[in-house]
Design a protein around this ligand. Structure first.
Ligand code: UDP
Length: 327
């Protein structure tokens, strides 16, 4: 297929772009490099630098693009609480521009990076796709708004679309992993501390109603996530918007993640307790049964030590090139 991958210089987008190139697809990456790295764009993909709203229509108008994988987004929960404008413009306005570009050029299919944050604080776990959507932060609210826009485009304009609601993506694949200039995610932060690039790891909240008082998340390996995108591209049906959760179906607390990182690295990573981070739900665990049943998705790297080991090998290989700034 001929594919446009927005955000293909970012962490998840670059791994998916790599998997698509390796599968023989013809890939063009669009990325404004606001958070992504030019070096992360896989060899074999064309690269166009710019905002989606500025350049995507030209790429699509150039000819017969079969599908768009739309990763480009602002994606930090905490930042979204403090600077919502960056999220409403950067996520919603940019995505509406993409939908319009697809409509005007007759581009038939879309796979969108949605998120567990669309659900907010769940009444029950595991979360299924029919669970209520009550986002607790602007990041989740903007992704939910885009999901609604996509639904209406499928009905009105015959777009074939699938939204994949990611839980906590981690790990690395074929030399591509998490190396953001500003890092806020737990696993890379803990591993940066293991490398000695940080003095300690802050645990945000020790008073949640969970077994050890820290927040629980469902971690999914980035390569399993990329495989789901390949399946979604094939499965999208004109006039239909399908949604799938993607996780491993198991929850790990912040303390359990830190302990796993200590075991994998053999380093006694120092921690400090800190207040809760604004906008963070207590427990997010996915049911991925629908993706397994309908897409034929078969996640294989589901064990947390496997995910952490791949992330650790990646960050260790970076050495001094590993970033370590905190938002
Ligand atoms: N977290 C933490 N310390 C950090 C970074 C994250 O305690 O330095 C917690 C965060 O509050 C959340 C969990 O780890 O409960 C996962 O956060 P992350 O930012 O990795 O992903 P999110 O769930 O926000 O998408």
């Amino acid at each position: 297929m001929k594919l446009l991958v927005t955000g293909g210089a970012g962490y998840v987008g670059s791994v998916c772009a790599r998997v698509m190139v390796d599968a023989g697809h013809d890939v063009t990456v669009v990325d404004n490099l606001s958070t992504g790295n030019r070096d992360a764009v896989p060899e074999g993909a064309r690269f166009v630098e710019g905002d989606v709203s500025a350049v995507a229509e030209d790429v699509l108008a150039d000819g017969d693009v079969d599908g768009v994988l739309h990763f480009a987004a602002q994606s930090l929960v905490g930042e979204s609480v403090e600077a919502p404008e960056k999220y409403w413009y950067g996520n919603v306005v940019e995505s509406l521009a993409l939908l319009e570009a697809m409509r005007r050029t007759g581009t038939p299919r879309l796979v969108f990076s949605s998120t567990a944050a669309t659900y907010g604080e769940p009444d029950a776990v595991p979360i299924v796709e029919s669970s209520p959507t009550r986002p607790t932060n602007p990041y989740g609210a903007t992704k939910l708004a885009i999901d609604h826009a996509i639904s209406s485009y499928t009905v009105a304009h015959g777009l074939a679309a699938i939204s994949l609601r990611y839980f906590n993506v981690a790990g690395a694949y074929a030399g591509a992993g998490e190396n953001r200039r500003v890092e806020t995610h737990l696993i890379p932060i803990v591993l940066q501390a293991a490398l000695g690039h940080r003095d300690s790891v802050k645990i945000f909240g020790t008073d949640y109603h969970t077994d050890d008082g820290t927040a629980v998340r469902d971690y999914i390996h980035v390569h399993d996530l990329a495989q789901a995108h390949a399946l979604a591209l094939e499965a999208a049906v004109a006039g239909r918007h399908a949604l799938y959760n993607l996780g491993s179906g198991a929850g790990f607390s912040v303390r359990q993640v830190i302990d796993t990182c200590r075991e994998v690295t053999g380093i006694d990573i120092p921690v400090v307790e800190a207040p809760r981070r604004a906008g963070d739900p207590a427990v997010l665990i996915a049911s991925s049964d629908k993706a397994i049943d309908e897409l034929g998705w078969q996640p294989v790297k589901t064990a947390l030590p496997t995910i952490v080991t791949d992330a650790w090998e990646y960050i260790r290989a970076l050495g001094d090139r590993a970033h370590s700034a905190t938002a």
